[in-house]
Design a protein around this ligand. Structure first.
Ligand code: M3L
Length: 296
């Protein structure tokens, strides 16, 4: 980073960005993994109707608690890699800016390393965001599979083992390694464009450069983000996908069906031959049709 302000503010600005962005992230994750929604507006309307505004904030607490740590690993590894590559300290760098190829490599390495802190938190976030139970559950309706982030972490650990907590981490690595490189190159380039040589960019410029760097990196990251979210949700069904390539080429609608243990529903394709299930569906009606994508 060419600004010395960045490390001090990254914790709180990261958390603020997260609260503002989380409702959109929830809509994104649901559209990536569930087949019940026709589009963004449909997903927003249904979420609001069934779960109220709070539905958009499901799964937010662990990311808030971990963002400072994940970002300090990212920026720490980035800075130290850049230091090793260019042999110039943070101060000297203002007079002697690092080359873009060094910025890219340092960004990729930072992105690669932070994945191993981010992966378990991101997995729990995605699982909780996909729980579409309403705030006030009708009497007799099944409880959500996970009661909260800690229960979710413990359940995944018990049901899927420690490696279960890293489900989707390989796709996350493929998503973040190159795109963090893109993030830092775009950020550096925009800061240098808008600032005279040897000076620190103003806070407003840092904000704008960071925003555009985020857009550029997300534009590239989104396809692998879809795969990552699907692999994370498919965790409960062993063998649902054989890996990243299999997930890329399979029709994900075939995997959305009712979980017989929890009676939660994913997607719109439900098995036709289960009469108990169709009775269950008829009696539960539409509200359960929007329910969780949990694969048995
Ligand atoms: C993929 N891309 C590089 C664009 C952004 C990665 C964002 C990672 C972030 N720390 C998080 O909490 O998810």
């Amino acid at each position: 980073m060419s600004s010395s302000r960045e490390p001090r503010t990254q914790g709180s600005s990261g958390a603020l960005g997260l609260v503002l962005g989380h409702p959109f992230d929830t809509v994104k994750v649901r559209l990536q993994t569930q087949t019940t929604y026709r589009g963004i507006i449909d997903c927003m309307v249904k979420t609001y109707r069934h779960e109220s505004l709070l539905g958009f904030f499901k799964g937010m607490s662990f990311p808030i608690a971990s963002i400072a740590m994940v970002n300090s690993v990212l920026f720490g590894v980035y800075s130290n890699t850049l230091l090793a590559l260019t042999a110039t300290s943070h101060r000297e760098r203002r007079a002697q800016p690092p080359s873009y190829i060094h910025v890219f490599i340092a960004g990729c390495i930072g992105g690669f390393v932070q994945v191993y802190c981010l992966a378990p938190f991101d997995l729990i976030k995605v699982r909780l965001q996909n729980q579409t139970e309403p705030r006030a559950r009708p009497p007799g309706s099944p409880p959500p599979r996970y009661r909260g982030p800690v229960h979710c972490a413990v359940s995944i650990f018990q049901e899927e083992g420690p490696r279960g907590l890293f489900r989707g981490a390989w796709a996350l690595t493929l998503r973040d390694t190159p795109t963090m490189g893109i993030y830092f190159v775009t950020y550096e380039w925009l800061c240098r464009q808008s600032t005279r040589d040897g000076q620190d960019p103003s806070p407003a410029r840092v904000l704008v450069a960071g925003g555009f760097a985020g857009i550029a990196s997300w534009a590239v990251a989104t396809p692998l983000d879809v795969i990552k979210s699907r692999l994370q949700m498919a965790g409960l069904k062993r063998g649902a996908y054989r890996g990243v390539l299999d997930c890329m080429s399979s029709d994900h609608r075939r995997l959305t069906y009712v979980d017989s243990d929890t009676k939660t529903i994913g997607g719109n394709d439900t098995p036709k031959d289960d009469s108990g299930l169709s009775h269950f569906l008829q009696t539960r009606g539409d509200s359960l049709r929007e329910c969780d994508l949990f694969l048995a």
